[in-house]
Design a protein around this ligand. Sequence first.
Ligand SMILES: Cc1ncc(COP(=O)(O)O)c(C=O)c1O
Length: 341
Amino acid sequence: MTDALTRPPVVTRITDLIGRTPLFELARADNGARLLLKLEMFNPTGSAKIRMARQMIDDAEQRGDLRDGGHIIESTSGNTGLGLAVVAAERGYRFTAVVDNHAAADKLRGMKAMGTELVHVDTDGDELHTAAREELAEDMARGKDNTFFTEQHNNPGNAVGYYDVGREIAQALDNQVDVLIGAVGTGGGLCGTARELKKTVPGLTVIGVEPKGSIAFGPPAHDYYQSGTGTPEGATIGLLVDYDLIDEGTKAGDIEAFATARAVARHCGLLIGGSAGGVVHEALARLPHLAPDSVMVAFINDGGEKYMDTVFNDDWMSARALLDPAVEAEVEETLTKLRRD
Ligand SMILES: Cc1ncc(COP(=O)(O)O)c(C=O)c1O
């Protein structure tokens, strides 16, 4: 085992490469308030979710729910599945991912490459089908010996897996952080990080961001294209969305989220995913209104590489009326104005 905050020069397992992700300063307001991005794409699989995937499997092994030669089953939009695929490959488990057509093709390809069995829910179109996926995953695991449905929406390990993110931020900034902002899907990432960080930064303000159309912060419900995040209509808001920890819940539209991801890429050469685009959009709107010299940390769930066929593809964007050069130009202008160096 490696310590959570330090890494030996040579590691022997891919999961030893999880964590210790960098902070990047994206913007600074005139009053010195800074926006720092916690770049979780530097984890194996290019996403934060491998942190909770490992935690859920460690917990299951400890409880005896999963033993040698066991079978893991999960409903996933992709990043959790990629994390579980790594853990399964490393520890010799069989892994079945229940997916829908909303998942980014590269996430599915990645899981397959690591030996995952993919089961598609029987639905049309590229909308999200979270509820159908979860039902099928639960059915597949029911009554089977040494078979574990990780059930990320209701698994406490999902939040615990992010405690290290809180510790890493606290250590890197010597607890000098005022605001934490991040996407809310299962709620594990933001709430797990916030719970740990609040231990040493009790005055921390926590802002949750979900796609417009998602229901964790209220109606109206409608379809959205931001991948891996939010709670679509029909799905249950997971136990890990801890409203007591979240000071403000806000929503980002697909157009703004994707325009921001595209503008950030051009502005500084950083590829972030679509949900992270929504988070950065909301963070940039709030930055100039923070107290002087404040520090806002944005939890960046994944990188943009998996979205070359979607967010970064003009044809895909145009076909769904998501391409809006004026919004992109506006974000670029904001970034140029805020960036000091
Ligand atoms: C790209 C992306 N953004 C945001 C989220 C939401 O994170 P959480 O489920 O921890 O709330 C996920 C979760 O799968 C994701 O894959």
